[in-house]
Design a protein around this ligand. Structure first.
Ligand code: PMV
Length: 320
């Protein structure tokens, strides 16, 4: 009996704790991996074939690429070219991350895909190489992404991220729990990033000082997280939500979720990711995450707990 070697790669989604949007304009941002992500299985094949329940399917024999798979296809091609392989690959994608919701679904898929494809061809990519290859996909999906999502998917844990710099890992001595609530409304990151960037033209001085404030408060938030100073962290989250909301990034639905989370006893709450739909994150008091999440669920809210820290992309083999 012939043994078939299957390669698997799993990469996490993310939440941004502070600094989204400002990060695109040079500020630091604080983000963490979450326990949902993308699982990709890859095997050597004569053509390029992609199968995904959520995104559709593609075969290089048929040529026609569904728009939803174009970013993944380009990342696969870039990986094959980078390794210098003329062979094909078959990739099967599965994900438990909701799409277009600010939880890093496209990045998790991109990172797991490039890692699995390289490993199928006996090549181990460095973290930097994974980031660069996954960014091929992210640029097609989002236009001008900062790269924060891809960096979290590769490195995992909690990271302080700034464009052009190596991400700084934040070490936590004890668990911290966040609650993620999904509005059920999808958003387009590129649209929200353009809308936010318009503010730079309208209010250049205010915009510059807010980018500096975002940088300052993100450093403070990382410090508060490390020291488990939840009161300070919650206050900083509330500050970010009010600024993002003033710049038109929130929606009625997101504001309602925030109100409900604060009513249920959370110390801070804010939108996470691009806004205009997607998710909010809320910080419960120590030891209260379960009670708060249950009470939100009873109100019909799609709430789940994220316990930090969590690992980044992982690649393994199985024989069958
Ligand atoms: O795509 P989302 O919703 O996870 O947003 C990413 C975060 C932004 O700061 C809005 C964009 C970026 O590229 O950093």
């Amino acid at each position: 009996m012939k043994l078939i070697l299957k390669i698997f790669a799993k990469a996490p989604g993310k939440i941004i704790i502070t600094g989204e949007h400002f990060v695109v304009h040079g500020s630091l941002a604080l983000a963490t991996a979450i326990d949902k992500g993308a699982l990709v299985q890859a095997e050597a094949f004569e053509d390029i074939e992609i199968l995904s329940k959520a995104l559709g399917s593609y075969s290089s024999k048929k040529r026609q690429v569904p728009l939803s798979l174009k970013p993944t296809l380009e990342a696969i091609k870039a990986t094959l070219e980078f390794i210098g392989e003329k062979k094909g690959v078959r990739v099967m994608i599965d994900s438990d991350l909701p799409v277009s919701s600010g939880l890093g679904s496209s990045s998790a898929v991109a990172v797991a895909t490039v890692a699995a494809v390289a490993s199928t061809l006996d090549h181990e990519l460095s973290p930097e190489e994974m980031v660069n290859l996954a960014m091929v996909s992210e640029r097609i999906t989002h236009g001008r992404p900062s790269g924060i999502d891809v960096n979290v998917a590769v490195y995992g844990g909690v990271i302080l991220f700034k464009i052009g710099e190596k991400p700084r890992q934040i070490k936590l001595d004890k668990d911290v729990e966040f609650i993620v609530c999904h509005s059920g409304i999808e958003h387009r990151t590129s649209k929200m990033v353009s809308k936010f960037s318009e503010m730079k033209k309208l209010y250049p001085n205010l915009f510059t000082s807010l980018v500096a404030s975002s940088n300052y408060f993100t450093e403070k938030a990382a410090f508060a997280l490390m020291n488990r100073d939840l009161t300070t962290l919650g206050a900083i989250m509330n500050f970010f939500h009010s600024v993002l909301s003033n710049f038109g990034m929130s929606t009625r639905e997101l504001d309602q979720l925030i109100e409900k989370a604060l009513e249920a006893g959370c110390i801070g709450a804010k939108l996470t990711g691009a806004g205009g739909g997607g998710c909010i994150i809320a910080l419960p008091k120590s030891g209260e995450a379960r009670v708060v999440a249950e009470s939100l669920k009873r109100k019909g809210i799609d709430a789940s707990i994220v316990k930090l820290p969590l690992e980044g992309v992982k690649v393994w083999q199985e024989k069958s």
